[in-house]
Design a protein around this ligand. Structure first.
Ligand code: SAM
Length: 229
């Protein structure tokens, strides 16, 4: 199912490659897990993410709310580093019965996320903190995309990430074999700007914690994937 739906994203890949961005797709990630994951499981599941910006930082309008900056037919200017996951995953779930829940504590960012996903169905938008959401214990999450916080200063983001990990491990919010994808783990900004020593940056506390508390590391690259044992 996920592989089939990925075909709907192929039209973005040329634009991304022209910008020197390597595409690591959800299906690629899942294919690394195919010993443990039955793709069919993803038909009925819940996915969760957080949204942001209409255009990349080198264009006017980055991180602004004016909808004149949103050009739905011009993906080359979209903010692929900070604002496209919601749209991309939103497209992937169309025609399936996956519920996609997107959470951000900033109401402006949720409004932008509604603009970029206009016309897509099966998406719920919540203005709340990640900790509030993860504490709600509502249902089970099968795929959790963690992307809260900024790269600088890194310490508060790393602490937030640890608190999120503690909430995840402390309740039953992830389903059996559920997958967590952590974005920007090997982003170099913390090393350059904050003299951070850990290669895991924002996830320097959360990854070791999750590995000691029921999760297994299954992909360890710029992004990191863990799976509930
Ligand atoms: C890098 S952006 C996410 C981009 C998104 N993944 C996308 O591709 O559209 C990080 C987001 O985390 C949100 N954020 C930061 N701390 C948060 C928290 N404690 N709870 C909820 N959202 C938070 C910010 O408002 C921001 O929109």
């Amino acid at each position: 199912m996920v592989v089939r739906d990925y075909i709907s994203l192929i039209h973005y890949i040329d634009d991304l490659e022209k910008r020197g961005i390597k595409v690591v797709s959800l299906p690629e990630i899942l294919s690394k897990l195919d010993r443990e994951v039955n793709y069919e499981d993803y038909d009925t599941k819940k996915v969760r993410d957080l949204p942001r910006s209409y255009v990349d930082g080198k264009f006017p309008g980055c991180n602004e709310s004016d909808t004149k900056y949103w050009e739905p037919d011009n993906p080359i200017i979209w903010d692929w580093s900070a604002g496209c996951f919601t749209r991309v995953i939103g497209e992937m779930i169309q025609g399936t019965d996956i519920d996609f829940i997107t959470v951000d504590f900033n109401p402006l960012h949720i409004e932008r996320s509604k603009v970029v996903t206009q016309g897509l169905s099966n998406i719920e938008y919540h203005v709340m903190s990640s900790e509030e959401f993860l504490s709600s214990g509502e249902g089970q999450i099968d795929f959790l995309y963690m992307d809260t916080g900024d790269m600088h200063p890194i310490e508060p983001t790393a602490e937030l990430h640890l608190r999120e990990a503690q909430l995840i491990a402390g309740c039953d919010i992830m389903s059996k074999n559920g997958v967590i994808l952590i974005d920007d783990v090997r982003n170099t900004t913390p090393k350059i700007v904050d003299n951070e020593e850990s290669d895991y940056g924002k996830a320097k506390y959360s990854i070791p914690f999750l590995m000691k508390n029921g999760f297994e590391l299954v992909m360890d690259e710029y992004q990191v994937v863990l799976q509930k044992k």
